[in-house]
Design a protein around this ligand. Structure first.
Ligand SMILES: NC(=O)c1ccc[n+]([C@@H]2O[C@H](COP(=O)([O-])OP(=O)(O)OC[C@H]3O[C@@H](n4cnc5c(N)ncnc54)[C@H](OP(=O)(O)O)[C@@H]3O)[C@@H](O)[C@H]2O)c1
Length: 243
């Protein structure tokens, strides 16, 4: 049985790939840079003696990433888990981006997960597998930064709900994590209000919950309270805060 990690080369994806390999899982790792992927695969194979295949795709430009992943899966055991810790954010995502740049953000953060899920759904239904998507605390309320990124993350929540609505419990496990700040490339150099979480700390729990039902939850769990507070601020107060 194969687990596919899209966005496996760094941050949370890398921590998930490591945890899955530690448990002896056959892996297909996807990210943009072939050299990064080969180095990661060699390391995992050496340390955990597992089969690791790689696929380099630029998800900002790839028209049909699902078809490319299906082709790579032909040589591997059937897929049981699809994890999508792929993402890109930009500091200048504030309505000043060109159409091309905002299109790239939407392609990576929304179109790629949607297209990959669509292509892999029949095989994942056959194995009663798990699809794991990653939202963000950045999407809790709209604001003048991370505009396209947060819009894509909010849309992922709708996609998650549609998937759950379309599948009986047990026919497919559909899981969404709304993540708080993680110490990864995505937040590197950012002034955060508090310390970011090491992705290696949350990866084991996330892997343990594969195949264990459908849900949407905040991670770390304390971000549920942060999201609740952000959403309960009256509009005039939120607007002043986020100018
Ligand atoms: N870090 C946070 O604080 C935070 C907070 C909330 C939500 N999230 C979400 O959590 C997930 C994991 O994020 P992270 O912090 O681990 O990010 P990260 O360290 O920046 O890793 C992102 C992954 O996405 C891949 N990726 C980006 N652009 C790509 C492209 N054009 N083609 C193919 N792959 C591409 C990267 O591969 P390459 O290096 O090859 O491009 C990398 O493997 C993402 O969905 C992110 O939006 C993160």
């Amino acid at each position: 049985m194969t687990a596919i990690v899209v966005g496996a080369s760094s941050g949370l994806g890398r921590a998930l790939a490591d945890e899955l390999a530690r448990r002896g899982q056959v892996l297909l790792l996807v990210a943009s840079d072939a050299r990064d992927l080969h180095a990661l695969a060699a390391d995992l194979q050496l340390r955990h003696e597992v089969e690791v295949a790689t696929l380099a795709l630029d998800l900002g430009r790839e028209v049909d990433p699902g078809a490319r992943i299906l082709a790579a899966l032909a040589a591997l055991p059937p897929p049981t888990s699809l994890l999508l810790p792929v993402g890109l954010s930009r500091r200048d995502d504030d309505f000043t981006l060109s159409a091309g740049a905002s299109g790239e953000l939407l392609a990576i953060n929304l179109h790629a997960p949607l297209a990959i899920i669509g292509a892999l759904l029949p095989s994942l239904r056959e194995t009663r597998g798990t699809i794991v998507s990653f939202g963000s605390i950045a999407a809790a309320r709209g604001r003048g930064q991370n505009v396209a990124y947060a819009a894509a993350k909010r849309a992922l929540e709708s996609l998650h709900e549609s998937l759950r609505q379309a599948h009986a419990p047990g026919a497919l496990h559909v899981q969404l994590y709304r993540l708080g700040f993680l110490a990864t490339n995505l937040t590197f150099g950012m002034a955060l209000p508090w310390a970011a979480t090491d992705p290696a700390r949350i990866a084991p729990g996330l892997v343990r919950r594969l195949g264990k039902g459908s849900f949407a939850r905040h991670l770390p769990r304390r971000y549920a309270l942060v999201a609740l507070l952000l959403r309960s601020l009256p509009w005039f107060a939120w607007r002043r805060l986020r100018r």
